[in-house]
Design a protein around this ligand. Structure first.
Ligand code: F0G
Length: 373
C-alpha cells in the first residue's frame, strides 16, 4: 500500500466559513470580544479587521524615572496603525446594517485611514476630506491605497468637519467621525482592555486630546466597567492638547491651530463638553504640552523601544510634566495611551537621527564601522 493510499480522504470544505474563526487564543476583534456590551445583534454584519487586543507595555524606564508603575497602551498596533479602528469597526458595521453604500469623514489622517480600510472591507465607498499638506504621508497613502475618494481643502480639520456634517445632512452618505455615536461605542473597548490587562483600572490615565472623542470614550468605558463591578476603582483622567491647538485649555476655539503633532491640530473639538466633563468628574484635567515637550517625549519612548506617532507622545510629555511639577504620587499605576504608530510619519524619525553609515561590502569595514575592531 502506498503512502498516498493510507492517507485519509481530505474533509469536504465547510459550506460557509464562520465569520470569526479561532480558538480561545485567537483575538476576534473588539465587537466579538465584547459582544454583550456592544449595540449589535445577530443580524448586524460585523465588518472587522480584528482590531483591538493591543499590547499594554510596562515601561521600566519611565517607571523608574517618575517613581510610578507606568504602562503604555500601544494602540499603534491596530490594523491601520491607530486607535481609530476600534470606533471604525462599529461605525462601518452599523452603516452596513443600515444599508449605507457610502461613508464620509473629515480627518487629520488616522480617521481617514481607518474609514478607507473598513469601507474597503465592507465593499463601500469612502470619501475623506483632509487639510491639504497637514496630514502625515503614511496616512494619505493609506486612504489612497484603499481607494478612498480623497479631497484636500485649503483649510483645517474643523472646516473639513463642518463640510462633512453638511454633506451627511444633505446627501445619502453616513458620517463616520466621532460625532457618530457608534464610534465612541467602539472606542470604549480601550478602557475595558486596560482593566482586563491590569486586573483593575489605573490610578491615572493620560492621553492626547484632539477632537476629544477618545477621552470621552475612555471615561465612559471605565465608568461602565465600574458600574458593573468589573473594576473597584476609577482613574483620574488627564488629557493633553498641543499648546498651539489647545482650545479646551484656553476656554475658546482656536481659529488657526498650529502644532507639529498634526493628528491633534484641532481648534474646535466636537466632543469638547464631554472631554471637559471626563476631566472634571474624574478629578483630572485637560492641559497642554509644547511641541518641544512632545518631540522630546517622542524621542524618549523611541529610544526605549516604542515607536509611536508625534500626537501620541503628548501623553508621555504630559506624564513627564506631572512628574516635574511634583503632581505624581509614588507607586501609582499609570497608563499612557499611545494612539498611533510612528511609521505613519517616518520623516520625523529620520529628521532627528544620525545618518546611516555607508561602507563597501566587506567584513572588516563592517566591524570597524560598528566599533567592534
Ligand atoms: N492621537 C492620534 C494619533 C489621533 O489621530 C487623534 C485624532 C488623537 C490622538 C486625538 O483623539 O480626536 O479622539 O481626541 N485624530 C483624528 C483624525 C482627529 O482625524 O484622525 P481625539
Amino acid at each position: 500500500m502506498s503512502a498516498a493510499e493510507s492517507m485519509p480522504a481530505p474533509a469536504a470544505p465547510a459550506r460557509t466559513a464562520p465569520t470569526a474563526p479561532g480558538g480561545p487564543h485567537v483575538w476576534r476583534g473588539i465587537i466579538e470580544e465584547y459582544r454583550d456590551r456592544m449595540p449589535v445583534d445577530a443580524d448586524t454584519p460585523i465588518v472587522t479587521l480584528r482590531e483591538g487586543g493591543t499590547p499594554l507595555i510596562h515601561s521600566e524606564y519611565l517607571s523608574e524615572l517618575v517613581g510610578c508603575q507606568v504602562h503604555l497602551k500601544f494602540d499603534g498596533a491596530n490594523p491601520t496603525g491607530s486607535f481609530k479602528d476600534r470606533g471604525m469597526t462599529m461605525a462601518i458595521s452599523k452603516a452596513k446594517e443600515a444599508g449605507a453604500q457610502a461613508v464620509i469623514c473629515a480627518s487629520t489622517g488616522n480617521t481617514s485611514a481607518a474609514a478607507a480600510a473598513y469601507a474597503a472591507k465592507a465593499g463601500m465607498t469612502a470619501g475623506v476630506i483632509v487639510p491639504k499638506g497637514k496630514i502625515a504621508l503614511g496616512k494619505l497613502a493609506q486612504a489612497l491605497v484603499h481607494d478612498a475618494r480623497v479631497i484636500q481643502i485649503d483649510g483645517n480639520f474643523d472646516q473639513a468637519l463642518t463640510i462633512c456634517r453638511q454633506l451627511a445632512e444633505q446627501y445619502p452618505v453616513e458620517l463616520v467621525n466621532s460625532v457618530n455615536p457608534y464610534r465612541i461605542d467602539g472606542q470604549r473597548t480601550g478602557a475595558w482592555e486596560i482593566v482586563d490587562q491590569l486586573g483593575r483600572a489605573p490610578d491615572l490615565h493620560v492621553m492626547p486630546v484632539g477632537n476629544a472623542g477618545n477621552i470621552t470614550a475612555y471615561w465612559r468605558g471605565y465608568r461602565e466597567y465600574a458600574a458593573d463591578g468589573l473594576t473597584g476603582n476609577l482613574p483620574v483622567m488627564r488629557g493633553y492638547q498641543a499648546a498651539g491647538a489647545a482650545p479646551i485649555v484656553l476656554g475658546h476655539p482656536v481659529e488657526k491651530p498650529q502644532t507639529i503633532a498634526t493628528a491633534i491640530r484641532i481648534g474646535n473639538p466636537a466632543s469638547w463638553d464631554q472631554a471637559a466633563a471626563a476631566a472634571e468628574e474624574s478629578g483630572g484635567s485637560i492641559r497642554s504640552v509644547t511641541d518641544r515637550q512632545i518631540l522630546a517625549a517622542f524621542r524618549l519612548i523611541a529610544r526605549h523601544g516604542v515607536f509611536a506617532e508625534m500626537a501620541s507622545a503628548s501623553s508621555v510629555a504630559g506624564l513627564l510634566a506631572l512628574h516635574e511639577d511634583g503632581e505624581l504620587e509614588p507607586d501609582q499605576v499609570v497608563v499612557c495611551v499611545l494612539t498611533g504608530h510612528g511609521l505613519k510619519d517616518p520623516e520625523w524619525a529620520i529628521a532627528g537621527a544620525a545618518e546611516p553609515v555607508t561602507i563597501p561590502a566587506d567584513l572588516h569595514e563592517a566591524a570597524a564601522a560598528l566599533d567592534l575592531a
